[in-house]
Design a protein around this ligand. Sequence first.
Ligand code: TMP
Ligand code: ASP
Length: 239
Amino acid sequence: MEKRNQLYEGKAKKVFETDNPEMLIVSYKDDATAFNGLKKGTIAGKGVINNKMSNLLMQMLEKNGVPTHFVEELSERETLVKRVKILPLEVIVRNIAAGSFSKNYGVPEGKVFKTPTIEFSYKNDELGDPLCNSYHAVALELCTDEELETVKAYAFKVNDLLKAFWNECGVTLVDFKIEFGRLSDGTIVLADEISPDTCRLWDSKTQEKLDKDRFRRDLGGVEEAYREIMSRLEKAINK
Ligand code: TMP
Ligand code: ASP
């Protein structure tokens, strides 16, 4: 597979074309941002961890019936993925109150929900990724009604699978954000990444945060947390 011109550079990844029009290469950076790019920094080694973690989790999901964009890990930071058109929709599933949910609704962080919640935001940096409901998403033509039903079903399935997986690692899956894309034939697949950048992951015993909140909230021990969560995942995979 030959790497060709850079298509796009995002906050945490670069995307390159290849000699195959149906395939792209993503390259994970150590750059970290928060609050719509207002806070900027670097998390040394993050790109390597996120690349590997996302690939392992996507393969686990794929085995369990969730189609993903993953094709092949090419190197420490690079992965070959199927080319998709990303639905401009952030899909957020929550098991426990935290972050913007706690802030918006005045619920203390750590309150466990009886059933998981789902919400969407319109992926648009200029507008600050505003929250939107399923009717808004269809009215904005971000996706069709049918696609939205598929997205919702996959999102809850991803939650069940990830929750069980992290549980085995002594980690509580608090919430996460995922993105979906359309293949050239219209099939909806899970895309983007699943990593400590996009999930809240707490130590099940101590509730210690092992994710990007350590960076967002200046809690310190950011690199250590990324390494710790990766080593727990590797232990579980190699069992
Ligand atoms: P929130 O509580 O700030 O809305 O975040 C919910 C989840 O989504 C959390 O796991 C972090 C993740 N997230 C992203 O991946 N990207 C983002 O831009 C934001 C705001 C949150
Ligand atoms: N990636 C997001 C940004 O910079 C924010 C976040 O993950 O909190 O806007």
